[in-house]
Write a protein that binds this ligand. Structure first.
Ligand SMILES: [Zn+2]
Length: 589
C-alpha cells in the first residue's frame, strides 16, 4: 500500500475504528456440503508488503509445508503498491504512483486526502478484497487483528465462491501491520495454519489438491528508528518551492502520500538537473535518477554518477555508462556480462539480460526498474525518482491518524534490497526469481482475472482507447463503436439495472471555500449511449463530450450522476472526482 495514509479528523477515525472492528468481527462459519466441481481450483492470494526474506525464513523453518520454495519477486521502483500490483497483474498503469498524484494534464496534484484510501483498479478486480475506506483505516489502527481476520475472511469467502476457476484475493493487512510495528511472525504463523487447514479440507472434499499462489508486491525495510529527511528545507535553500502545482520555474511538486523511502519529484524540464543534484546532496538520500536528453536516464549515488542509455534501434536494449565511482554497485554485473559475451560492441543488452544478471546485486534489476519507473509504471511518471537509505524516510508532515496513535514501523519504496524483494510461491509449480512485469507468465497470465467489481456503486472515468488497450479486460477484443471512440471521455457505469434508454442527469459541481462539490457549474439530461459487450457482464458508458457541458478551465470538479430524473425516487451515484484542462475539458487522468 501507499505506506501510511493521510489523516482524517479524530472523530472520523474513532468512527472508523468502531465500524472497522464490527466489519471484521464476523465469526468463522462451518462450511456446508458443496459439490466438489463447483468450487474454484485455485486461490491467488495477493499479500501486500510481505518481504521475501521473512517468508523464506518461515519456509526454511518448516512452515508453509504444502508450498514449493519461495522465489524473489522484485518490485517496481518506487517499490510501492499501486504501481507494483498493476504491473504484476498486467493491468493498465494507474494514473499516479499513489492515489494522490501529480497530473501532467493539469500541472498539479490531483486527488483529495480521502482518495488515498479509495479503492483503485487492482483492488476492484479482486474476487475478494478489503478496499473499503473503513477497512483501510482500521488496518492501520488495529493492524494485528485486522490482518489475521483478513486471512480468515479469504478462507470463508473461498468456500462460498461458485462459478470461478480462480479466486483472487487481496489483503492490505500485512503491509499495514509492518508500518505499525505489528507482529509479522505471528501473522505468518496464522496464515500458515489457515492455509494448511484450507488445503486439507479442500482435498478431503474434492479429492484433489487446491492450487494456491501466494505473492507480494514489495518487501519491508524494518527500519523502525529512521529519521525524516529535511528535503523541503534543502530544496528551499536551493531556491525551490515545494507546492501542489507547477506554475513558476522554481516550483517543485512531490508525489508522496504517507511515509516512504521511494518517490517521484516533478519540476519544469529546465530545472530537473538542478533539483536532482540538490536532492542527491541531502544526507540520507541514497540514489537519485532523472531524465535527460535523448531518452537517457542519469543516476547519482553519493558522488558516483552513471547513465542508462537506450539502444535507438531497440528500446528494450539498455547500456550502463559509468562516469565516476560505481553507482548502483553494478561493476561486477557488467564484468560478468562482458565476460559471458552478453553485451554487444556498444555495451547494450536486453533488459531481461540485465534483470537476470543483477538479481543478487544490492540494487536488483536496477536498470530496467529505473527506466520503467520513469516511463511505464504510471500514466503520470516523474522526471526525477528518489531512493532513500533505510536509515531515513520522507513523510512531509502528512502523518496519518494511525501514526499519531501508534509509533512508526518500517516502510518501503527504495530501489535496493531493503524494500525491493516481494515474494512468489505456489503449492503446485516451482517458480523462479522474477520481476513485476514478467511474473504473470509463470502463473498462467492471470488470464481469468475479473472485470472490476464495483457493483452498483462503481462509476469511473475512462476512454475507449484505455478500455481496448487493457490486456486483462473484457473489452480488449471488442471493436469500439464510433461514438465511443469519438467521444474521448466515457463515464463507465457498472450497474446491471441500467440499459441504453435509462434517463440520466449529469451535474458537474465545484468545491467552494473548503466545502466539497456544492456549486453546480454545468448540467445535462441524457441517456446512456454506448453499450460495449465483452465476454463479461456489460457495463454501460456515457460519452461526455456530446453533452456540451460548459466547464471552467483548470479546475477541480466532481461529476454527479442521477438516475430517474430530478424528483422523488431519483438515485444518485457516488461522485467521481476529476479535473478540467485549459480548454475546460475533463481529463483522464
Ligand atoms: Zn506499505
Amino acid at each position: 500500500m501507499p505506506p501510511v495514509r493521510r489523516g482524517l479528523p479524530g472523530a472520523a477515525a474513532r468512527l472508523a475504528l468502531l465500524v472497522g472492528v464490527a466489519a471484521c468481527a464476523r465469526l468463522t462459519a462451518t462450511p456446508s456440503p458443496i459439490p466438489a466441481d463447483a468450487l474454484p481450483r485455485r486461490l491467488v492470494l495477493a499479500l501486500d508488503g510481505i518481504d521475501y526474506r521473512d517468508l523464506a525464513a518461515q519456509h526454511g523453518a518448516g512452515r508453509f509445508a504444502g508450498f514449493r520454495p519461495p522465489s524473489r519477486l522484485v518490485s517496481t521502483f518506487p517499490s510501492i503498491s499501486d504501481v507494483a500490483w498493476h504491473d504484476i497483474l498486467g493491468l493498465l498503469p494507474p494514473a499516479g504512483y499513489q492515489r494522490v498524484y501529480f497530473s501532467h494534464a493539469t500541472g498539479g496534484l490531483v486527488g483529495r486526502p480521502i482518495d488515498a484510501i479509495t479503492p483503485i483498479e487492482y483492488e476492484e478486480r479482486m474476487d475478494q478484497a478489503f478496499g473499503g475506506r473503513f477497512h483501510h483505516l482500521s488496518a492501520y489502527l488495529i493492524s494485528g487483528r485486522v490482518a489475521r481476520q483478513e486471512v480468515d475472511e479469504v478462507v470463508e469467502a473461498f468456500w462460498r465462491t461458485r462459478g470461478r476457476a480462480t479466486v483472487y484475493a487481496y489483503n492490505v493487512g500485512p503491509d499495514a501491520l509492518q508500518h505499525t510495528r505489528g507482529d509479522l511472525e505471528g501473522y505468518l504463523r496464522h496464515l500458515d495454519r489457515r492455509l494448511a487447514t484450507l488445503q486439507r479440507d479442500y482435498r478431503a472434499r474434492t479429492g484433489r489438491p487446491l492450487e494456491i499462489v501466494l505473492l507480494s508486491d514489495h518487501g519491508h525495510n524494518r527500519a523502525v528508528g529512521a529519521n525524516f529527511l529535511p528535503l523541503v528545507e534543502a530544496l528551499a535553500d536551493a531556491g525551490f518551492r515545494v507546492r501542489g502545482r507547477l506554475e513558476a520555474p522554481e516550483d517543485v511538486a512531490l508525489s508522496v502520500d504517507g511515509v516512504t523511502t521511494g518517490f517521484g519529484i516533478f519540476a519544469a524540464p529546465t530545472v530537473v538537473d538542478r533539483v536532482a543534484h540538490t536532492v542527491a546532496d541531502v544526507a540520507g538520500v541514497d540514489v537519485v535518477t532523472w531524465q535527460g536528453e535523448g531518452g537517457r536516464i542519469h543516476v547519482r549515488q553519493g558522488r558516483a554518477v552513471g547513465m542508462i542509455e537506450r539502444d535507438p534501434r531497440a528500446p528494450s536494449r539498455l547500456a550502463w555508462r559509468v562516469s565516476s565511482g560505481d553507482p548502483l554497485a553494478h561493476a561486477a554485473v557488467v564484468q560478468r556480462l562482458a565476460r559471458d559475451g552478453r553485451l554487444d560492441a556498444e555495451g547494450f543488452a536486453e533488459d531481461s539480460v540485465w534483470v537476470r544478471a543483477s538479481l543478487d546485486a544490492p540494487y536488483p534489476a536496477a536498470l530496467p526498474r529505473i527506466v520503467r519507473g520513469h516511463e511505464v509504471i504510471t500514466l503520470n511518471p516523474a522526471p526525477i525518482l528518489v531512493s532513500v537509505a533505510a536509515t531515513a524516510r520522507v513523510g512531509f508532515g502528512m502523518v496519518s491518524v494511525a501514526n499519531r496513535l501508534r509509533p512508526l514501523g518500517g516502510t518501503h519504496g527504495a530501489l535496493d534490497t531493503s524494500s525491493a524483494l516481494g515474494v512468489v510461491m505456489t503449492t503446485f509449480r516451482d517458480t523462479h526469481d522474477d520481476v513485476t512485469w514478467r511474473v504473470r507468465a509463470q502463473l498462467d497470465d492471470f488470464a481469468d482475472l475479473d472485470e472490476p467489481h464495483g457493483g452498483t456503486t462503481a462509476v469511473r472515468l475512462t476512454t475507449g482507447t484505455r478500455l481496448v488497450a487493457d490486456p486483462r479486460g473484457h473489452f480488449r477484443a471488442v471493436a469500439l463503436p464510433d461514438d465511443a471512440r469519438g467521444a474521448g471521455l466515457l463515464v463507465r457505469l457498472d450497474d446491471p439495472a441500467l440499459d441504453d434508454a435509462t434517463p440520466l442527469i449529469i451535474e458537474v459541481r465545484r468545491p467552494v471555500r473548503g466545502l466539497p462539490d456544492v456549486v453546480t457549474v454545468a448540467r445535462a439530461a441524457t441517456t446512456l449511449g454506448v453499450a460495449l459487450s465483452g465476454d463479461g457482464p456489460a457495463p454501460r458508458f456515457l460519452p461526455l463530450s456530446p453533452l456540451g457541458l460548459a466547464l471552467p478551465s483548470n479546475a477541480a470538479v466532481a461529476l454527479h450522476l442521477f438516475v430517474g430524473g430530478d424528483g422523488e425516487g431519483a438515485r444518485a451515484y457516488p461522485p467521481v472526482a476529476a479535473r478540467t484542462d485549459g480548454a475546460g475539458r475533463v481529463v483522464v487522468p
